[in-house]
Design a protein around this ligand. Structure first.
Ligand SMILES: NC(=O)C1=CN([C@@H]2O[C@H](COP(=O)(O)OP(=O)(O)OC[C@H]3O[C@@H](n4cnc5c(N)ncnc54)[C@H](O)[C@@H]3O)[C@@H](O)[C@H]2O)C=CC1
Ligand SMILES: O=C(CO)COP(=O)(O)O
Length: 355
């Protein structure tokens, strides 16, 4: 008996929503994609191209774009939400009357909500109370996926049905979907790495060497996992695609919008100029603000994020910040092996040794 075609709704007409819609259609799903822009809908349906966000790639012709939210959601088994964090809740609220508890809701958004400090899956949970909720995160540059470059992602959910259905709907010859049950850790990984991608772009523009890049990424991983553990996530998750995997790609690629914002600033533009030159969402700018405030409140040590915050919002030159960071207290390499406190204590005991 032929397998029944899964019905997938994608909310968001940006680059990632479009890339995911096309994968699902390549995989045989019935795919409808919702966006606000009538002209973009017409272009996707007629030319099978998203000229605004992914102009150079063909979209599977089976993707049906629409501005009609109820029609897109009607009978969808899987709903993928690819809307920037600033607008995420309002779109979920608009969709709510047409959502049903049996549906699987998956956020693909790598950001944090301003006032609540909620991750997007928590927004989904709060708005709907549904039980099939998950997140997708990993090293997933949209244009490479649209180019069908071999790519892997993670579906994270405590709910086995959500994990399995997303693996079935999206897993194909160029897109591999790994499963995790640490939704919080995976989602935090995706949001936090954007901070360090901005720093890496900045450092690249200032001429950093390979040693510097490696130091930056590795210490970023230490900082991200420290913060995530303080938030209740499993540090092992950061060894996976949504941790180290996504950190590597966004800290190395000018295809990352966060990296590009940092790079433009490293070349001398101010933050506003860098954002407007980008013309797309760079979630890390807002995330660094929110994470630094939360880290201060919780007493979590995050020197790189704090340093970036000073550069973005307090006018400290990036070069000066790098110098200050290099002169900070020397600490533990892997603090889950040698705790930071032990290193600090040893420093205190040996104070005055070379005085
Ligand atoms: N582009 C990428 O390579 C990847 C992006 N992501 C995440 O996906 C999320 C969405 O990003 P992209 O698709 O890349 O963004 P994008 O900047 O390409 O597009 C954003 C889309 O959201 C729409 N939008 C914004 N406000 C809206 C509102 N109030 N109502 C309805 N639609 C609205 C825009 O019109 C646009 O279609 C981001 O959080 C990003 O971190 C995750 C992995 C890869
Ligand atoms: O998350 C991404 C790749 O995994 C995309 O990063 P940007 O949002 O910086 O483009």
């Amino acid at each position: 008996m032929a397998e029944q075609q899964i019905k997938v709704a994608v909310l968001g007409g940006g680059s990632f929503g479009t890339a995911l819609a096309s994968i699902a259609a390549d995989n045989g799903a019935c795919v409808r994609q919702w966006m606000r822009d009538e002209a973009l809908v017409a272009q996707i349906n007629q030319e099978h191209r998203n000229g605004r966000y992914l102009p150079h790639y063909a979209i599977n012709p089976a993707v049906q774009a629409s501005t009609d939210l109820p029609a897109v959601l009607n009978e969808a088994e899987l709903v993928l939400i690819a809307i920037p964090s600033k607008a995420f809740r309002s779109v979920v609220q608009a969709a709510k009357p047409w959502l049903t508890p049996g549906q699987i809701l998956v956020s693909t958004t790598k950001g944090i909500e301003q006032d609540s400090f909620f991750l997007m899956s928590q927004v989904l949970e709060q708005e709907t109370g549904f039980s099939h909720i998950g997140v997708i995160a990993g090293p997933n540059l949209a244009s490479e996926i649209a180019d069908k470059q071999l790519t892997a992602t993670v579906i994270a959910s405590a709910d086995a049905l959500t994990r399995t259905r997303v693996q079935q709907a999206l897993g194909c010859r160029y897109f591999r979907v790994y499963a995790s049950n640490d939704r919080h850790g995976v989602e935090l990984g995706g949001a936090l790495k954007n901070i360090y991608a901005i720093a890496a772009g900045m450092a690249a523009a200032l001429g950093m060497g390979e040693n510097t890049r490696s130091m930056l990424m590795t210490r970023a991983l230490a900082e991200m996992s420290r913060f995530a553990v303080a938030q209740g996530a499993n540090p092992m998750t950061f060894l996976g695609l949504a941790g180290v995997g996504d950190l590597i790609v966004t800290c190395s690629s000018s295809l990352s919008r966060n990296y590009r914002v940092g790079h433009a600033m490293g070349e001398g533009r101010d933050l506003e100029e860098a954002i407007s030159a980008l013309g797309q969402v760079a979630e890390g700018v807002n995330t660094v603000k929110l994470v630094c405030a939360k880290a201060r409140e919780m007493g979590v040590y995050m020197p790189l994020a704090e340093g970036l915050h000073q550069v973005l919002f307090a006018g400290v030159p990036a070069k000066e910040m790098a110098r200050m960071l290099m002169m900070g207290e020397q600490s533990s390499d892997v603090e889950f092996v040698l705790p930071r406190e032990s290193v600090q204590q040893a420093h205190q005991e040996n104070r005055g040794w070379h005085e």
